[in-house]
Design a protein around this ligand. Structure first.
Ligand code: ATP
Ligand code: MG
Length: 382
């Protein structure tokens, strides 16, 4: 977290050393909207090595002229004025040129509401009619939308993100350009799209953003999300991130497309939940034991979103609480004892036997006590 108040101290220090400096971007926007402020970014004509002489810094993006400045227990991204070259399928442009003109730095930014500057004297400097768009609640690119989306297609996703966060409209020409250029999103690194998607889902006005994705047909170019997004528009509330993806992939024939660059843990979770939701609506002891409570609850949530008549959450939790056994380790007969009783060497049969025992206990065909387990062992051993 960083604050405008402390950021003004950073501006002051930079000015004292003979440079220009302003607060820029989201912090100015959210400050004017009286919304909570995420991070305060600072733009300056000082070059990174010059900023480095004034503050304690971390070199977080030197290639792009960005340093993280540590000041009064807060962190600020301080970036040198720059003009961006072509963006190519990455988080940052291919080449950047430093500039002495703050107007050039503002012009490289995406939307007018993100192009406002705030000085240490509390003045707003507005080269792009950003204040007008803030009042009109409009998301409009700085300059020609076609050109700006051609430079960096991710900006289209960012338009939806700001819509979701702020509840604004996307200005007509900006929206038309998104419709025309939506296929360019296929060339953007999926990791960047995933990040924006996750931010979009969490916004207060996410449904509005999803509606725009449908109107501009962007939902068609996001692999595996089309049906999910359409379904969510029929619901009252927006689900959390995990439920959203699990729902989308359930409706996508239970497939998580390879393109989605989730962590392995997340990919596995969405994949299993989607398969499970398609397989069953009832999560009995067997499913709870095999898949765990978390996945069963997620799959249940998906089923509930698809067919609102039954939310079995409390039943599932109760079944789980009352599971006669939660893991093979809970069997009242140890593997070493099984080896001793049968006189067999440890091997694959052991795992297999434990599994059969667990199933019998789960189905309540047998009690989990030593005597019953020994009897079961003797009866089933080959
Ligand atoms: P948030 O509240 O999500 O932090 P933000 O406006 O601060 O919103 P960031 O992603 O933190 O957004 O970016 C900071 C600023 O950098 C933006 O306000 C914008 O001026 C500029 N910016 C970021 N990404 C791009 C981009 N892809 N193209 C052009 N300008 C960008
Ligand atoms: Mg920010």
């Amino acid at each position: 977290m960083s604050t405008i108040k402390t950021a003004k101290g950073v501006l002051y220090e930079l000015k004292k050393a003979g440079y220009e400096a302003y607060i820029v971007g989201g912090a100015v926007r959210d400050y004017l909207l009286r919304m909570p402020i995420n991070d305060v970014d600072i733009t300056t004509n000082a070059r990174p090595h010059q900023v480095n002489k004034i503050f304690r810094t971390i070199p977080t993006g030197l290639k792009y002229g960005t340093l993280t400045v540590l000041y009064k227990d807060e962190k600020f991204e301080v970036t040198t004025y720059r003009i961006d070259g072509e963006y190519q399928d990455d988080r940052h442009p291919d080449n950047v040129t430093f500039s002495e003109d703050v107007q050039e730095d503002v012009k490289r930014r995406d939307f007018t509401i993100n192009g406002l500057l705030l000085s240490d004297k509390q003045e707003i400097i507005d080269f792009v009619e950003g204040q007008k768009d803030l009042k009109a609640k409009l998301i409009r690119t700085i300059g020609d939308p076609h050109q700006r989306f051609n430079e960096d297609a991710l900006r289209m996703m960012r338009a939806f993100y700001f819509q979701s966060k702020l509840g604004f409209q996307i200005e007509t020409q900006t929206r038309d350009a998104i419709f025309e250029l939506k296929d360019n999103l296929k060339n953007v690194a999926m990791e960047r799209i995933v990040n924006e998607m996750i931010k979009i889902i969490q916004g207060e006005h996410a449904k509005r953003a999803f509606k725009s994705m449908v109107t501009t047909q962007v939902h068609e170019v996001l692999p595996g999300l089309k049906k999910g997004i359409e379904h969510i528009l029929t619901m009252d509330d927006m689900p959390f991130v995990d439920s959203f993806f699990a729902l989308c992939f359930t409706l996508n024939d239970g497939i998580v497309p390879q393109e989605w660059t989730f962590s392995n843990k997340h990919r596995h979770r969405y994949q299993q939940a989607a398969v499970l939701a398609r397989k069953t609506k009832v999560f009995d002891a067997y499913y709870l034991y095999t898949y765990g409570i978390d996945l069963c609850l997620l799959a249940n949530k998906v089923n509930f979103m698809l067919d609102r008549s039954k939310n079995l959450k409390s039943e599932i939790e109760e079944t789980y609480q009352n599971l006669p056994i939660q893991s093979e380790l809970d069997l009242k007969l140890r593997a070493t004892e099984m080896i001793e009783i049968t006189g067999k060497k440890a091997g694959a049969w052991l795992k297999d036997m434990q599994h059969q025992m667990v199933l019998a206990v789960l189905k309540k065909e047998m009690k989990n006590d030593k005597e019953s387990l020994i009897e079961f062992l003797n009866k089933n051993i080959k």
